[in-house]
Ligand binder design. Sequence first.
Ligand code: SF4
Ligand code: SF4
Length: 501
Amino acid sequence: MPVNYIQPQFLVLRNTDRCIKCRVCERQCSNEVHSYDVDGDVMLADESKCVDCQRCVSLCPTHALAITETPNQLRKNANWSSQLIYEAYRQAESGAVLLSAMGNPQPFPVYWDKIVLNASQVTNPSIDPIREPMETRVILGSKPRKLELNDDGSLKTKLAPSLQLNVPIMFSAMSYGSISKNAHESLARAATELGTFYNTGEGGLHEDFYKYGKNTIVQVASGRFGVHPGFLRAGAAIEIKMGQGAKPGIGGHLPGAKVKEDVSRTRMIPLGSDAISPAPHHDIYSIEDLRQLVYSLKEATRYTKPIFVKIAAVHNVAAIASGIARSGADVIVIDGFRGGTGAAPTRIRDNVGIPIELALAAVDQRLRDEGIRNDVSVVVAGSIRCASDAVKAIALGADAIYIGTGALLALGCHLCRDCHSGACNWGIATQRPELVKRLNPEVGYKRLINLVQAWDHEIKEMMGGMGINAIESLRGNRLMLRGIGLNQKELEILGISHAGE
Ligand code: SF4
Ligand code: SF4
């Protein structure tokens, strides 16, 4: 008899008193967990296929279902966790690299949770954001070192191209292919309505989305999928992706199963072929090479669009950012190691890179020390989970933030971490038409707007509490931050005092 080393990770608990055998769960589960046994007139569950996406739980009309982690935790100990044992079994069976989706789940410190914000009390009174104007608009781009005026008072200094964000929040790069057309449409429409930006990721720009160009950041990655002059001109800004927080040092991989007709046309690659972007850009081996690409893109768009350069947060991130600031880039994007992904090798995702909080603090300080902070804007990504994370990021030195996973949650993602299978039951990380249509962009874009507006209100409340009425005064204002339970080195890198000081 074959031995089943790999046991189901989840249990499907069905309350048979409540179940009316409507078979909704059977129809809704793309993983074919549920089935109906006609002879026994009973609903069955094949738990080995369950990824805990909670679709069936959410749609069961009688609340008869619950999914729970299996109590069978294998023979774990403090060294060998159930997960590690399970992964060894899987690799012994497949001989393959383990793949995962979404961000690093390992229990590394989340510094946002070890930082608290200040609030005004007696002097420097707080500001009521309901009754007084609060400015959360942000301009991204290179700022001039000094302004010169003509004799008539008009501006003589030629300003670099910039982006104006009505809120300090953008939607981070998620390619068409890794997410569905309806997910993209939701992001594009929400960004347009909010006066902010979404990002094509490395998958090119679908022909239907050119109309959202003024709120689109188009991405050029190492695979150059979907990159052509019209694509570059279509966006409001161009982002060169050098690295990604979830998988620093390696390229991307979109499985061929997700490369359907539309995706293949948009990416300009053959139908059904794996889209593999190489780890490096094969024309970039130095800051000088990067500078050539930055200026090629500027040239191709007649110097009308700001150029972003995105890097993963890694050990020497401050020095890398310093080089990028000197490459002619207008915006540096730093993506921390908890950043999401549609697919990444598990070992890379869980072990490579550094937390965004430390990377951001180090980069901001380095650019200030070198007197080049205003030459570039700094945008951070990599698990900004809520408005207070955003406020702390801005106080640590960010000009704006990107959200990815948070945006997907607004669209209905249940963080099952199975995006790489292409069978997302919520219509997000899939190209299967019957699943894609489950996400209604009409609903999705409104939920995204609600999320961002709610965060914007909360940001204003926290700013008001600190007696700050403009995001410009919050940016890099580390006096508003205190650490809790951090050691001296961590406080030093973050550039903040300990609570009580
Ligand atoms: S959706 Fe709920 S009620 Fe319907 S068959 Fe499944 S468990 Fe039973
Ligand atoms: S996008 Fe879909 S597959 Fe990916 S984690 Fe969210 S619910 Fe799961």
